[in-house]
Design a protein around this ligand. Structure first.
Ligand SMILES: Cc1cc2nc3c(=O)[nH]c(=O)nc-3n(C[C@H](O)[C@H](O)[C@H](O)COP(=O)(O)OP(=O)(O)OC[C@H]3O[C@@H](n4cnc5c(N)ncnc54)[C@H](O)[C@@H]3O)c2cc1C
Length: 548
């Protein structure tokens, strides 16, 4: 018999008799006959089942057995906390006796029983990671290296922890059979087959979120707090707000994690001496927020903030959520250099983030990283592992002004990274994808080389266009808060109270701004997370004020 690895033991632990006895008073007993279904892929708000006798098979796709749970084991993964559609199905193997723990009971147990909480949460996360690594679940994704939409969708699925099986039309000759089966042509790629039935041709992330149930919103409730943006600032707000009993909804335009989620390795975040990938930090933070009951809707963009209380956050297509308080945590978006052809090569040679997804495309190849900030430095070091050689290009005379010393040292010590100063890209060429890059140095000399991958890491602008005239912004468009709001700004905004705006409060009472989107913020993960925790204390104050 194959030995169980430590990772398998964490993903599929066996509960002790004493632990099962702690669950039993909150659960109901159930008996299943051989072959009886426990749930189907796509079902929501499933209970957690503890196997007392018999076995439960977990299946993905047509009939692939992911695992078999025996006596003492329990079912479930992260979807149990979020209430999202489950990605696998389950049926009894032989006569089976179970304990059924409803989702609300599971959540309160996770908050009160620290031993069981650790066992459940660790298992849920490990199981989801394993399913993603196996390409399991109920999504088949047919893509091409030459289609820009492929990369965007892969990133969306990965960053939302959605497992999928990937078929590349360029590398897999049998793919035509699958395409024929669903009546789609190669010209329709990327194609996503959702739950084995719905075929999405060239879908947007909104289409995918809709099909997978990642963007559901209850529009009838007036929330205590709506957080816009699920980067580190927004996720931290969600964790503290939900853990302190507030009814909180987080709206995210793309995927949880924000800029940090696109970082290959964050090395200066407290408590992670060997660094942590943005993806792991974001997915763990999300599980933590959902464990306390926070809700998240992704692929939903706030398009306008209505300025009267209760505040109305408009999400396009007539969807509106109402709330007593708002936290703006929309961060910044990458600046795009003014280059002809740039948009043509986005996703097919031009990238704005360097994660494992992009690194796979660059294996053994020449890479350019543009920019002199920490994100550019991290990307260069990370890509030097997969790529043959990395050329860093900066407009200035060096890196010292813009980059942390540890990264400068790392770059100097990496033999396959070359730094070109006072240099800028002036041309991108190619047919269906980027093939050649032309750059000019400080002396005006131009060089053209066959390079297929350029990472643009050239600074960012705040995501505040949607706020229009609702809150006061500074000249660069960042949101002014607290003592940054002088008497003139408050008079212009018709600030209604004798009290001044609280720390992080904008020119609208009960509307806060934190993280990178805030004027004069420190652009760091730790700062964004810290501001989220402080902000929740102030939200409590404002909510009490509006009741008084
Ligand atoms: C590649 C890279 C590496 C980095 N490495 C480090 C590091 O090592 N250490 C460090 O401390 N910092 C690092 N940073 C900086 C750090 O990631 C940011 O300071 C931090 O992510 C800011 O968090 P935030 O939540 O304020 O904003 P963001 O991370 O920008 O998140 C904002 C979120 O809001 C969403 N959003 C925007 N507009 C809307 C809208 N209208 N409706 C709904 N949602 C919206 C966005 O999609 C995004 O998910 C790095 C940044 C990058 C890009």
């Amino acid at each position: 018999m194959a030995e169980i690895t430590p990772a398998e033991a964490e993903a599929f632990p066996t509960l002790s008799a004493e632990q099962i006895a702690r669950i039993a008073p909150f659960a109901r007993e159930r008996d299943l006959a051989d072959g009886e279904s426990l749930w189907e892929a796509g079902d929501r708000n499933r209970p957690l089942f503890v196997i007392v006798r018999g076995e439960i098979e977990i299946l993905s796709g047509a009939d692939h057995v992911v695992t078999v749970h025996n006596a003492g084991a329990f079912t479930g993964d992260v979807d149990l906390l979020s209430g999202r559609p489950v990605v696998v199905r389950a049926r009894a193997r032989g006569a089976t006796h179970l304990l059924e723990l409803p989702p609300a009971r599971l959540r309160s147990m996770i908050q009160t029983d620290s031993e069981l909480s650790e066992i459940f949460l660790r298992a849920f996360m490990m199981r989801r990671l394993a399913l993603m690594a196996q390409g399991g679940g109920n999504v088949v994704f047919i893509g091409s290296r030459h289609s820009a939409g492929t990369l965007a969708l892969q990133e969306f699925l990965t960053r939302n922890s959605q497992p999928y099986g990937y078929i590349d039309v360029d590398g897999d000759t049998a793919v035509q059979e699958t395409l024929d089966k669903f009546g789609v042509g190669v010209g329709d790629v990327p194609v996503l087959i959702c739950r084995g039935t719905r075929v999405l041709r060239k879908p947007t992330i909104e289409d995918v979120a809709d099909c997978l149930g990642l963007n559901d919103i209850n529009e009838t409730a007036v929330r205590d707090l709506v957080v816009i943006g699920a980067g580190p600032a927004g996720l931290s707000t969600a964790v503290y707000a939900a853990s302190e009993g507030l009814d909180v909804l987080v709206i995210e335009a793309r995927s949880p994690g924000g800029q940090a989620g696109s970082s290959s390795r964050i090395e200066n975040y407290l408590g992670f001496p060997t660094g942590v990938t943005g993806q792991l930090l974001a997915s763990s933070a999300l599980v933590q927020a959902e464990k306390f009951g926070a809700e998240l809707a992704v692929a939903r963009t706030a398009s306008r903030l209505g300025c009267d209380r209760p505040y109305r956050v408009e999400l396009g297509a007539g969807v509106v959520v109402q709330t007593r308080s708002v936290v703006i945590a929309t961060g910044v978006r990458y600046r795009k250099p003014d280059l002809p052809n740039l948009s043509r090569f986005e996703g097919v040679g031009v990238y704005y983030g360097a994660t494992q997804v992009e690194a796979r495309f660059c294996r053994g190849e020449e890479v350019i990283v543009v920019g002199g900030g920490n994100s550019a430095g991290q990307a260069a070091v990370f890509l030097s592992e997969a790529g043959r050689h990395v050329t860093m290009m900066v407009r200035g005379a060096g890196l010292a002004q813009s980059m942390s010393r540890y990264l400068i040292r790392r770059i100097q010590e990496t033999p396959n990274i070359t730094l070109l100063t006072e240099t800028r890209i002036v041309g991108l060429q190619g047919d269906s994808r980027l093939e050649q890059v032309t750059w000019r140095d400080g002396k005006g000399a131009t060089t053209t080389a066959d390079i297929r991958h350029v990472f643009m890491m050239t600074g960012a602008d705040p995501n505040t266009a949607w706020l229009q005239n609702c809150v006061a912004l500074d000249r660069q468009g960042y949101v002014k808060t607290g003592s940054d709001l002088d008497a003139d700004a408050l008079a212009n905004a018709r600030w209604p109270f004798v009290r001044l705006p609280l720390l992080f409060e904008t020119s609208r009472p009960g509307v806060f701004a934190i993280g990178d989107v805030r004027a004069n913020s420190v652009k760091r993960v730790a700062a964004a997370v810290g501001e989220g925790s402080v902000c929740v204390q102030l939200v409590h104050k404002v909510l009490a004020e509006s009741v008084a």
